[in-house]
Every structure is written in C-alpha cells, then in structure tokens.
Design a protein around this ligand. Structure first.
Ligand SMILES: NC(=O)c1ccc[n+]([C@@H]2O[C@H](COP(=O)([O-])OP(=O)(O)OC[C@H]3O[C@@H](n4cnc5c(N)ncnc54)[C@H](OP(=O)(O)O)[C@@H]3O)[C@@H](O)[C@H]2O)c1
Length: 326
C-alpha cells in the first residue's frame, strides 16, 4: 500500500510517499480502507522524534482515519465490510489502509463527508475528555482555551458553546486570528501577542479567575495560568509545546484548592479509550449528525503532499484542521 514514510526524524522533508506493508487486523480490529486522515500537532512532534508511537503500534504517522471497512477480525461483531466509519488510532493513519480496534470506531452519519469525519477523533475527543470529563466544566462556569485557531481548540470552542451554552469562554490566539476566533462566538478573545492573558482574565472576571484552563503551551504559561485560575479551578495540561518545566507555588495552589491534571489520549489503555469514545458517541456525535456542529476544515492536500500539509501546520497558517485525502 501507499503510505507516508519517515527517512529520518526532522523537518517536513523527512517524509516521503512510498510503499509499506498493508497492516493485518488482529481479532478485535477492523481493517479500514482510508479515504481521509488529518494532521494533528502530535504528528509533527512524532516526525521530529519527540513523540514515539506507543509500543506495538504502527510507526506510520496519523492518529485518525475515515474510510470504509475492508476486513474484520475474528472477534468483531460491531462492523461489517462496506460500513463507512471513522476511527481513533494510535498510529498508521497516513496510509491507504489502517487497522483500528472495533470499539474505537464510530459510524459516519449521512450528513458528514469522509474529510469531515477524519477531523473529529483526535481533536474533539481530546477537547471533550479534557474540558468536560476530566476538567468537569459545568453550567455557569468559565473556561480559558489557549490557541483558538487550532484543531483542538476550534473543537473545544464548539463543544463549550453547545454542551454548556451558559459557560463564559475566554480564548487566546495570535493577532491575525482574532476576528476568526470571535466569529466562532466566543465571549472574550485575547490576543496573546498584544495582551497579557493573565491581566485580561483578572480584569474581565473581576479578579475571580476561570474554572477550567486547557493549556498546551506549558512552561512559559504556567504561572499566568495559575494566576488566572479561580478557587477550586482545574488546569488541564495537554501539551508542553513551549517548555516542560515550571515553578509552582504549592501554598497558593493548596489555599485556592486548585488541581493540575496532565492528560494524553494516545497512550491510554485500549479499554479506557473505548469508554471515552462510548461517552463521546452518546454526547457529542448527535451534534455532528444533526449538523449543529461541523469540523472546521482549513485546507485539504492529497496524502502524497503531506510535506506541504506539515509545513502549513508548522507555520501556523491554518485555522481549524488540515485534511489529507487518500
Ligand atoms: N494530550 C493530548 O491527548 C493531546 C491530543 C491532541 C493534541 N494535543 C496537543 O494539543 C496542542 C494543539 O494541537 P493541535 O493539533 O490543535 O495543533 P494546532 O492546530 O497547531 O493548534 C495549536 C494552536 O495554538 C496556537 N498557539 C501557538 N502559540 C500560542 C501561544 N503562545 N498562546 C496561545 N496560542 C498559541 C496556534 O496558532 P496562533 O499562534 O497563530 O494563534 C494554533 O492555532 C498540541 O500541543 C498537541 O500536542 C494533546
């Protein structure tokens, strides 16, 4: 089969479009003929050698696919050949064929294209897991999302607006994305290039702070995040793109009864991912099926042009998701 291969770890140019062995589904897996996959920041990190595939998983990049069931493993009861599906995978998405566990797969509603379905798993499940299941955002609370133009955070904005419409949303982004983030209906957009988000949150909340923060920046944002967190608030750390170390004032954290939770989706056990997906399917999937929300697709490239897709993500020109058509 055709797939994106890595010559080495490094810049986008280490990716080549070549031939790889077609994967074989184990008993609980399905083989999917991939029609579309999408680019996620963790793919860029894996390409750079900073985010290895979990043990036993495909070394091929790609954390989600949409396509058609081609073959089923011996224990598969939920799916049959020809079903149109999308799936969360721990690797292997940048290819013509990909295997997925039967409980990590969801059906594609008639209202969704393969390209749209390929943009749901990694970003919306990450947003749902961290903001709602772990962060426990609830009605009348407030949330700060960093990076409103990205895949995870355009998803998080949509979920906050639709699952908890009375939540107050604060979103940071670069100057060039302010208008587009505003257009998504967030309550307060903070231009992180021109403003201090901690000062803005303090002023806008009357010093109270926000109940949940979804952060992927890490070190340089840590202290400002903690200052911006309300009493009893939760900082969800889902990435460390700008630094892994930070100083924590434990006394303040204790007195303010705050929580910091680190979370990664990819390396969770198969059963745990299936439980998260089951909740996601019940709570969020109907919103896609009835078109209340739609994945925001920024750009579409053929799989063979994965280099261009990664260059686009790394220069942060995208707004929403970048699709690779297979
Ligand atoms: N833990 C997990 O399970 C998990 C799963 C998926 C993704 N992630 C992490 O989530 C992060 C986002 O992934 P993604 O696929 O959504 O990537 P993405 O589409 O590239 O989004 C990242 C966004 O952050 C913005 N940004 C960059 N520097 C910023 C700063 N200093 N302050 C605020 N925003 C900033 C970028 O645009 P502008 O700078 O132009 O505003 C961009 O819109 C990555 O770090 C990824 O590793 C974690």
């Amino acid at each position: 089969m055709k797939a994106i291969l890595l010559k080495d770890f490094g810049g986008p140019e280490v990716m080549t479009y070549g031939d790889a062995d077609q994967p074989q589904p184990v008993a609980d897996q399905v083989l999917i003929k991939v029609h579309a996959t999408s680019v996620n920041k963790p793919d860029v990190m894996q390409r750079m050698g900073q985010y290895p595939a979990p043990k036993g998983e495909s070394e091929i990049l790609g954390l989600e696919v949409a396509g058609v069931v081609e073959q089923i493993g011996a224990n598969v009861t939920k799916w049959k050949k020809g079903d149109q599906v999308f799936a969360l995978v721990a690797g292997g998405g940048y290819a013509e064929y990909c295997t997925a566990y039967q409980n990590h797969i969801m059906p594609i509603a008639d209202t969704l294209s393969f390209n749209q379905a390929a943009c749901i798993c990694e970003t919306y499940i990450t947003a749902y897991l961290n903001v709602f299941l772990l962060g426990q955002l609830s009605s009348n609370q407030s949330v700060l999302l960093h990076g409103g133009g990205g895949g995870v955070n355009t998803a998080a904005i949509q979920l906050c607006k639709n699952l908890t419409p009375d939540v107050t949303t604060f979103v940071t982004c670069s100057t060039g994305k302010v208008d587009r983030v505003k257009a998504l209906g967030v309550d307060h957009v903070i231009d992180y290039q021109q403003q201090s988000f901690a000062d803005e949150i303090k002023a806008l909340t009357g010093g109270k702070g926000v109940d949940v923060i979804l952060d992927h920046i890490g070190g340089p944002y840590h202290q400002a995040n903690m200052q911006s967190l309300a009493l009893g608030g939760t900082l969800m750390q889902i990435g460390v793109s700008q630094g892994v170390k930070a100083e924590i004032n434990l006394a303040l954290m204790m007195v303010k009864r705050q929580r910091i939770i680190g979370s990664v989706l990819r390396s969770r056990p198969i059963v745990e991912k299936a439980q998260i997906i089951e909740q996601f399917e019940q709570t969020v999937l109907p919103l896609f099926a009835n078109q209340t929300i739609q994945p925001l697709i920024s750009n579409v490239f053929p799989l063979s042009e994965a280099v261009k897709a990664h260059q686009m993500m790394e220069s942060s020109q995208h707004f929403g998701k970048i699709v690779l058509e297979v």
